[in-house]
Design a protein around this ligand. Structure first.
Ligand code: SF4
Ligand code: MG
Length: 323
């Protein structure tokens, strides 16, 4: 397990004070260029923590975060600056993440200006800003307005334009549509997919909503209590899930067509505290298939074929999987 420190903005300087936040464990995955990797799980499962750690808003005390082979896990604030042009983050509540006193053109230009000096470059940034606003469906007139003059969906468009400004390869999106009306959700998701196609973007997409994930993900990771319990291509997760927790989540999702390959599992009880993890398997206190070994031994992710990995002792003891 590793603890994390949250980056803080203090008197114009970014720093990592010694403030510790919730840990995540055994979380390991790759995202290929142009791929949409989704992390799903109930609130508090650690998916946002993973997102903010990869974005290096948190500093991990262990493990590696490799971008095109370069491990940025231990980078300090100064070393992280050039990394910002390779990955950017968008948030659930764009209003909270956009400076209310800045005009839209300045909000969108800011990440790029951090990496730019000189008057000619600034003129280029101004032009690029207007082009980016057009890409996300906003116009020149919008550029001079302030965040409060926009709807939630438009504000998310501004957040996306800002993220795109530095031409990143990866966008980390933490519940980017969950605060929006369903009709607006589809517009924003479609925009994100169009931009993926146009710019070859990869997304790490954090969501608690399986129907959204089903719509956009190439690959899915399922998290529970800070652990990645199952990961694989979308078809694996939605049509042939193996982990009892994944099966329970799908059973509880009304809008997802039910899999016929395995019986449904009903999710019972409360999520235990992450500060007081169960011994053995983190899911055993809620798992209807738990057996003795689950209390004694923590399962690790093991390949089960088709590019999927599952952390459950049932993968070694398939005869027990009768639920
Ligand atoms: Fe359930 Fe045991 Fe598998 Fe954990 S390891 S999910 S408790 S069967
Ligand atoms: Mg969250």
């Amino acid at each position: 397990g590793s603890l994390l420190e949250r980056m803080r903005f203090d008197k114009g300087r970014l720093s990592f004070p010694d403030k510790r936040v919730k840990a995540v464990n055994g979380v390991s995955f790759r995202i290929a260029r142009g791929e949409v990797m989704a992390l799903v799980g109930e609130s508090g499962c650690g998916k946002s923590t993973v997102a903010k750690t990869i974005a290096r808003i948190y500093r991990p005390t262990g493990g590696t975060i490799r971008i095109e082979g370069e491990d940025i896990a231990g980078y300090g604030v100064r070393e992280l600056l050039p990394v910002r042009s390779r990955m950017q983050m968008i948030f659930q509540d764009p209003y909270a993440s956009l400076n209310p006193r800045q005009r839209v053109r300045d909000i969108v230009a800011e990440p790029l200006l951090e990496q730019t000096t000189g008057a000619a470059a600034r003129r280029e940034v101004a032009e690029r800003t207007l082009a980016l606003l057009a890409k996300v469906g906003l116009n020149t007139e919008h550029a001079g307005r302030y965040p409060h003059q926009f709807s939630g969906g438009q504000r998310q468009r501004i957040g996306i334009a800002r993220a795109l400004s530095v031409n990143p390869g990866l966008i980390i999106a933490d519940e980017p549509v969950s605060a929006l009306d369903v009709s607006i959700q589809a517009q924003i998701l479609n925009l994100m997919m169009d931009l993926r196609d146009e710019f070859g973007l990869a997304y790490l997409f954090i969501s608690h909503d399986l129907s959204v994930v089903h719509h956009i993900a190439d690959r899915v990771g399922v998290m529970y209590l800070g652990f990645l319990v199952e990961t694989g291509p979308r078809e694996h997760i939605f049509s042939a899930p193996r982990h009892p927790y994944t099966r329970a989540l799908l059973s509880a999702a009304p809008s997802i067509e039910k899999t016929r390959s395995r019986p449904e599992i009903e999710l019972k009880g409360e999520v235990p505290s992450a500060l007081d993890l169960p011994s053995g398997c983190c899911f055993r206190t809620r798992c209807p298939l738990a057996f003795e070994r689950c209390r004694l031994e923590r399962p690790t992710l093991k390949p089960v074929g088709g590019g999927a990995e599952v952390a459950c002792h049932l993968t070694d003891e398939p005869d027990r999987d009768r639920a």
